[in-house]
Each structure stands twice: as C-alpha cells, then as structure tokens.
Write a protein that binds this ligand. Structure first.
Ligand code: FAD
Length: 295
C-alpha cells in the first residue's frame, strides 16, 4: 500500500522509525521494537539507511520482515549521496522483489572524506525525480522546521523543499524538534509557498543528556530552556530522565494532535518500552482528536 494513501483518512497517521543496529547481533533490539508496537497498530514503520550504504542489506531485510512477516506497512529510507545509478537500481529491484512500496528519498549526510568521484545524484530532489519517472513507489522526503543545518537561510531551504515536492514527493517527515512553535511556523511557511503534501511531525523522546546534545549538534535542532532544565535536573538519574523525556514527548504530541497535525513519526531509537509507552497514550489521543476534528 502507498503511504500517501494513508493520509487524509480523517485521523493522523502514526509511524515509528527503527534503525539497523550495529553490531548485527543486536538485530533482536529492532525486532523487539517492531513486536512491541505491532499490536498498537502503527500505520507504518520506517527503516533508516546507513550513510555510505553500509547497512543497505539490513535496511531491506528489516523492511522485508516488517512488511511480510508482521504485516505492517513499511517505509525504506534510501540515501543517494555518492551513489551511482546502478547501485540505486539494484536496491530498487530488491525492494520491488520484497513488495516494498514506499521510499523515503534522501540525499544523506555528506561523507567526511568528501563525495566519491562517481555519483549520479547531488540532492534528494535528483533521486526523487528518478523515482517519480519510474513510477513504482510512493515517495516521502525529509524536511526541517528549523532549516537544514547546511543551508544559509530557512527561506532558501524552504524553496529547495518546494522543488523537492514538485519533483514528486508525496509526503514529508520532519527532523526532530522540541518546540512545537517551530513546527507551526514551518507549516504556515510551506502553506504560503503552495506546498500541500501531508507533513508528519518527527518526535524523539529524550532518554539521555549526552546523546541528545550530540544529535542536536549534528542536525542543528535547538533545545528549548524547559527541556534543558529537565536534562540538567535529571542528568544523574536515568530512570527519572527517561520518564521526564517520555512525558515531554507526549505533551508535544498531545498539542500537535489538538492542532490537527497530519501525522506523528516517533523516533523511538530501537527502544521497545519507549515505543510502547508513547504509542499506548497516543493511540487514545489520536482517536479523540480525530473525533474533535470531525465535529
Ligand atoms: P536535500 O533535500 O538534498 O537537502 C540537503 C541540503 O541541500 C539542504 O541544505 C538544502 O537546502 C540544499 N539543497 C537542496 N536542493 C538544492 C539545490 N537544488 N541547490 C542548492 N542547494 C540545495 N540520513 C541517513 O543517512 N539515513 C537515513 O535513513 C536518514 N533518515 C532521515 C529521516 C528523516 C525524517 C530526516 C529529517 C533526516 C534523515 N536523514 C537520514 C538525514 C539526512 O540524510 C540529512 O539531513 C541530509 O544532510 C540531508 O538530506 P535531505 O534528503 O534532506 O537533502
């Protein structure tokens, strides 16, 4: 099933992201996360793709299990930076063979050693154009409520986003953010640019101070003062930080659902208990928010 068709059915689309683990023996953690959420009826589960293609086989294999063993719709991430068309064609053939219908088309982070001499795609837009021409997949793309870290201005980034959508992206998923005002402002800005595809809000429950500082430094998302206070207050008390992080994420989601968000995409970091706790609450919330929106 095409994920694009899941949107617009009167209730927000709920999804969760898993990533291929390192080392491979930790595959159990991903499978446990999938099993933890399968009874909670996620609309889809996405699987990340390692930079440089290191986890290509794992991405396809995990997506295959989600779709064909657990019967849940899946979204395979695919990056194109430094990748030739032949390699992309091989991956697309593997995905088709496993009946995987949805791709999150990404450029990927620039390799530190620079882009290899042989590459056929410069931006995600180039990959999206190629996928659109093939016509086999529903295509998602990434977006950045606070702007992409490399871009000189949010305004410029939004114009690139419009080009990406015009190239054929059916839906968008945001980078994580911790202040919903960024999302609401972004939603207004893309509406003003005529971008009309659905946008799922990416939410990450904070579990660990050092981890979240590293992630936000890499991706440029900001940590608002209230979250910073939580991180400082509980940095030496992991169980309390975990509870506070989950509560913060649930508050964000509650507010987003009340504001009529198209979807929630949970960055659960392969933590089954986190996915289960958040999904249990969110499933109740999204039922009532859809009801309120229909009234
Ligand atoms: P693009 O859309 O190509 O944009 C990259 C930069 O180039 C931006 O600054 C943009 O403004 C600029 N740009 C775009 N088009 C043009 C143009 N025509 N001319 C000039 N500048 C332009 N990374 C992984 O490695 N694996 C994953 O599985 C993965 N999953 C992700 C999932 C989500 C939901 C998100 C938000 C990010 C994910 N990433 C993943 C990270 C992503 O690869 C990086 O953020 C990467 O730096 C940008 O990818 P993109 O597809 O957004 O790039």
């Amino acid at each position: 099933m095409h994920i694009a068709d899941l949107f617009g059915r009167g209730q927000p689309v709920l999804s969760v992201e898993v990533f291929p683990p390192k080392p491979e023996s930790a595959l159990d953690g991903v499978l446990a996360t999938i099993e933890a959420v399968q009874n909670l009826e996620p609309d889809f589960i996405s699987v990340t793709y390692g930079a440089g293609g290191s986890s290509r086989a794992h991405t396809v294999e995990i997506a295959n299990r989600i779709k064909n063993r657990y019967g849940i719709e899946t979204l395979a991430h695919l990056t194109c930076v430094g990748t030739g068309k032949d390699e992309i064609d091989d991956i697309l053939a593997e995905l088709r063979e496993k009946n995987i219908d949805n791709i999150l088309a990404l450029r990927g982070d620039m390799p530190q050693e620079g882009v290899p001499a042989k590459f056929d795609y410069t931006y995600a837009q180039d990959l999206i154009e190629y996928l659109t021409a093939r016509g086999e997949f529903s295509i998602g793309a990434a977006c950045y409520p606070e702007g992409h870290i490399e871009c000189a201005s949010l305004e410029q980034d939004l114009k690139h986003l419009r080009d990406k959508v015009n190239a054929g992206a059916d839906f968008l998923i945001t980078q994580l953010f911790f202040d919903n005002d960024f999302f609401y402002r972004f939603r207004d800005q893309i509406n003003a640019l005529g971008i009309q595809v659905p946008v799922s809000a990416g939410i990450m429950p904070v579990m660990n101070k050092r981890q979240i500082e590293r992630i936000t430094t890499l991706c440029g998302a900001s940590i608002p003062p209230r979250l910073r206070q939580i991180l400082t207050a509980y940095e030496d008390d992991p169980p309390a930080l975990k509870k506070a992080g989950i509560d913060y994420a649930i508050e964000q989601i509650e507010d987003l659902l009340a504001a009529g968000v198209d979807g929630i995409h949970l960055y659960a970091m392969n933590r089954p208990e986190v996915a289960r706790t958040v999904f249990a609450v969110v499933n109740g919330l999204r039922g009532s928010s859809a009801h309120e929106h229909r009234l």
